[in-house]
Design a binder for this molecule. Structure first.
Ligand code: TXA
Ligand code: MG
Length: 531
């Protein structure tokens, strides 16, 4: 199909031509203040079904019906409640869509089979004129191939829709940049189903309490039904895997500096490029949600045209219009979040090379918390758990001067598995508490913390880490290393190794496994770990 390009800037007949196509059941992409819409006569089931085909959109995902004046609302909905009037008075024409009970005149294809319909009155002058000239309400989803970022300029619409629809109106760039706020007025309390430039707070000023659906910032749980069907589909996804990185700019800069850079890019705020060693695409200004909204979809499309496979994104504010920005960004990232300064649990069998890996991580800017060291001091003078230990193992383990008789305690605690477990039950929570407080002090300063803990999983410390790494090596290799390191005979080394868990125990519990043996390539193994 040949797609006609209409340019109202130079052609005074452009909107009339578009209206004519729409009246005849055709499809026209139109600019709006939010994003470009793919319009058809909302009351013509045949025309509307063409929209779904052109976009490759699931047909249970209902469309928004666009009108040119508030008065047209009552032709589409069975009831116009007071709060709808108040919202329209304040925010129409503009980026607000209201969901209301529909009249029969709205065909099922338009409402996705629901008994409600979503209606909005766009502010964009071209859009408004096209609706008025067409003389019918226009159903218009965003004019992108389903799943891709919504188009916010003519070029993006052209890329997705040229050859698939009758015409595209070139109206330049969209000023808002994210789709309208969708609010349903069908329940007891008005509820935001999709955040946009009209924020819940702005609506509350006019109509009182407004709720925001859980789905605004969270993925839909498996099997849960979406209040807004659109929220259940994959959305705004570029080809690249996007990761949203939580942390300050300095932390983000350090995080990005630890990446290898192969097919990797960055989604940052304007002016930050100069600090970042990877290819950058910007999504507006820091601390300016409106400019982020305006730029986000264009930035997502640019990431693809640059060919990135993995992209690390700054984490925008979630306040105000930031809610809409994050709603789109998190979906485009499939809700993948990483901390710029994580707490990493590091463990492994004796001789596997845990210390070597800890050293490499340190060279990369991480700081280490040594749990062996903490374990040695956890029962020293004045320790809060000394008394508890004495209660279980006998008051005489504490000398008259208050110090611990270590040998006596060891004798009693290691006399049986049960007793050893009792001592662990007392000391482990205290070791965990101290390790975590040290680790948090490190991450608070803006660096990743590595908790080096031989009993990471046994003690349950891994639960408090952002992720865990285990180092493994074959028995033969470990045996050789332990004998050399500790200057002991094979029998003694084997005995020491026997008390530890099998490979499988570590590998099945850790998120990342480092194989510290031929051919080593530790650097490249480490590059797969998100720190
Ligand atoms: O800014 C916008 O709203 C743009 C421009 C073109 O106006 N349009 C747009 O349409 O974003 P679309 O189809 O991409 O998104 C419509 C959203 C979907 O999330 C859909 O599930 C929801 O509105 N929706 C439509 N009708 C609904 C209804 N009756 N009940 C609940 N949600 C509805
Ligand atoms: Mg859409």
């Amino acid at each position: 199909m040949e797609t006609l390009i209409l340019t109202p800037r130079t052609d005074p007949e452009a909107t009339a031509k578009a209206a004519e196509i729409l009246k005849n059941g055709g499809l026209v992409a139109i600019p709006t203040e939010t994003v470009y819409g793919l319009a058809a006569n909302a009351l013509d089931a045949e025309a509307v079904s063409k929209i779904y085909r052109a976009k490759g959109r699931p047909s249970d995902n209902p469309l928004i019906v666009h009108i040119s004046r508030f008065e047209e609302l009552e032709t589409l909905v069975s009831r116009v409640p007071e709060n709808a009037k108040l919202l329209a008075e304040r925010f129409w024409p503009g980026p607000l869509t209201m969901v209301l009970p529909k009249k029969d005149i709205v065909p099922d294809v338009t409402s996705g089979g629901l008994d409600t319909v979503a209606v909005r009155c766009p502010e964009n002058a071209v859009a408004n004129e096209v609706i008025r000239l067409a003389g019918v309400p226009l159903a218009a989803p965003s004019a992108n191939i389903s799943g891709l970022p919504s188009p916010t300029d003519f070029e993006a619409v052209y890329d997705d829709m040229n050859g698939r629809i009758d015409a595209i109106i070139d109206g330049g760039a969209c000023v808002v940049g994210v789709e309208s706020t969708v609010v349903t007025l069908c329940g007891d309390v008005p509820r935001v189903l999709r955040p946009g430039a009209v924020t819940p707070e702005m609506m509350e000023e006019v109509i009182g309490r407004v709720e925001t659906d859980e789905s605004a910032l969270h993925p839909l749980e498996d099997g849960a039904s979406a209040a807004s069907p659109g929220m259940k589909y994959k959305h705004y996804s570029p080809n690249a895997d996007i990761f949203v990185i939580r942390g300050t700019l300095p932390e983000f800069v350090r995080f990005v500096s630890r990446r290898t850079g192969e097919n990797e890019g960055v989604l940052c705020f304007e002016g930050e490029e100069k600090y970042l060693p990877l290819g950058c695409v910007t999504m507006g200004k820091a601390n300016d949600s409106l400019s982020q909204a305006e730029r986000l979809f264009g930035a997502l499309r640019e990431l693809d045209s640059r060919g990135f496979k993995r992209v690390y994104a700054r984490s925008p504010s979630e306040d105000g219009v930031g809610l809409a920005v994050c709603n789109r960004l998190y979906r485009s990232a499939a809700f993948r979040f990483l901390k710029a300064s994580p707490i990493i649990g590091l463990t492994g069998q004796t001789g596997a090379g845990k210390s070597t890996v800890a050293k490499l991580l340190e060279l990369d800017g991480c700081e280490t918390v040594d749990c062996d060291k903490i374990a040695r001091t956890v029962l020293s003078d004045g320790s809060p758990i000394l008394e508890e230990t004495a209660k279980v193992f006998g008051a005489d383990i504490i000398a008259p001067d208050g110090t611990l008789k270590r040998q006596l305690l060891a004798q009693r605690a290691f006399s049986s598995r049960v007793n050893a477990a009792k001592l662990d039950a007392i000391t482990h929570p205290e070791i965990i508490r101290r390790a975590l407080s040290q680790a948090k002090a490190i991450t608070k300063r803006g660096f990743p913390a590595v908790i080096d803990a031989p009993l990471l999983f046994e003690s349950g410390l891994d639960e408090f880490c952002d992720f865990s790494v285990t180092v493994v090596a074959p028995v033969k290799v470990r045996l050789r290393r332990v004998m050399r390191r500790d200057g002991i005979e094979e029998g003694a080394a084997r005995a020491r190794m026997r008390v530890q868990q099998e490979d499988e125990y570590y590998v099945s519990r850790a998120q990342y496994v480092i194989r510290n043996y031929e051919p080593y390539d530790l650097e490249s193994q480490l590059s797969g770990i998100p720190y």
